[in-house]
Design a protein around this ligand. Structure first.
Ligand code: PLP
Length: 367
């Protein structure tokens, strides 16, 4: 039986004049919209009590299992306002399917794809006025699920909460077009064989923060992780996938099996690359190939990608172990290939380019 996510009567709305101020300068989700979607799961009764209600403080007891063992997963997707005022999702079914895979890995209950879609459409519909129309602004949505059973035994929870919150978002990196410096760590790993690297879970982010701080202390804004076993193969950033662009127009990214998160932006770039004249190539890339390739001119550009920041050009790579610092001699401030990919993707998302792949789904219109 599918979940209705129906509106609880008597919910509030922010005054229109207040909303105008918020949407003019939203930051990256520093305000949450009026409502949230929520549902509860219990081992006895399954999913129930799906609803859209006021955004509110959760009742969580100090003994709640998520606070102790981190049994939690999440998703991230955006709602885009097109020039005609209509609002759209980008491939939301992919987020629904990934939430299922993450749930299976963290031993949380599966929320059917159909119910996931109902929840995000319902929230985007009721809080439609919160979708900004400013340049590259969007409404960022955060579905998540966690163990909220009051229980300190190490055991999968028999009571789980699913919720969706969201808020208006300016571009994630203030100036999305400025190349970022990357700390390539060979000391920390974000995931290992058989671990949770392919699941979108808070724990992966928690374990990346010490490396992130170390990178920041060395002037880098992001960390690129290598494989846990040999620290010789490129994996991904803390929250973005990695691409290298060869001088002969190949877009190279490592395979996602097991330790790397299967990004929807990554998949979309691999799909649209040929239409722009680039060849996608999914294969392992070693640290030495990358650093030597930059020196010898075989690597022309590199970029990171994900829903929040879309496509972020990489300006410099710093090898944490050797201190080797290589500047990627980008052909233009953003890199011609990186810019072409980014432009095509954002043009599809904001309805300025033909959606030949059927990726856009109008808010409120279910298949
Ligand atoms: C979310 C995420 C990404 C990007 O995935 P998208 O679906 O493109 O947003 C990449 N790596 C990690 C670790 C992530 O959590």
């Amino acid at each position: 039986m599918s979940l209705p996510f129906s509106l609880v009567p008597g919910t509030r709305h922010t005054l229109p004049e207040q909303l105008v101020d918020i949407l003019a300068n939203p930051g990256f989700v520093t305000y949450f919209s009026d409502h949230m979607a929520a549902a509860t799961w219990t081992a006895e009764s399954g999913w129930q009590d799906s609803r859209i209600e006021n955004y509110h403080v959760l009742d969580l007891t100090p003994g709640s299992a998520v606070l102790h063992y981190g049994q939690e997963i999440f998703e991230g997707l955006k709602v885009y306002r097109h020039a005609d005022g209509s609002t759209w999702f980008f491939r939301p079914e992919m987020n629904g399917r990934r939430l299922i895979r993450s749930a299976e890995r963290l031993d949380l209950p599966v929320l059917p794809e159909e119910d996931f879609l109902t929840s995000v459409h319902a929230l985007a519909t009721i809080d439609e006025a919160w979708v900004p129309s400013g340049n590259e602004m969007s409404y960022y949505m955060r579905p998540f699920m966690f163990a909220d059973q009051e229980f300190l035994g190490v055991h999968s929870a028999s009571r789980v909460t699913y919720a969706v919150i969201g808020g208006p978002a300016a571009p994630y990196i203030a100036d999305g077009m400025t190349p970022v410096d990357i700390w390539v760590t060979t000391r920390y790993s974000r995931s290992g064989d058989g671990g949770t690297g392919a699941a979108k879970c808070g724990g992966n982010y928690a374990s990346s923060l010490a490396a992130q701080r170390e990178g920041e202390e060395h002037g880098c804004s992001q960390v690129l992780f290598t494989d846990a076993a040999s620290h010789e193969w490129m994996e991904e950033l803390g929250g973005m996938n990695f691409f290298a662009v060869t001088s002969d127009g190949k877009l190279v990214t490592p395979p996602t099996s097991g330790t790397i998160l299967d990004g929807i932006t990554r998949d979309s770039i691999l799909t649209l690359a040929p239409s722009l004249g680039f060849t996608p190539e999914v294969r392992p890339i070693s640290l030495s190939e990358l650093f030597a390739g930059i020196v010898e001119g075989d690597i022309a550009e590199a970029f990171a990608c994900g829903t929040a920041a879309v496509v972020t050009p990489i300006g410099r790579l710093v090898h944490a172990a050797t201190g080797q610092l290589e500047t990627i001699p980008l052909s233009s401030p953003l890199g011609d290939v990186t810019r072409a990919i980014r432009t095509r993707l954002v043009d599809i998302q904001w309805g300025r380019a033909d959606d030949q792949y059927g990726w856009m789904h109008k808010v409120g219109e279910r298949p």
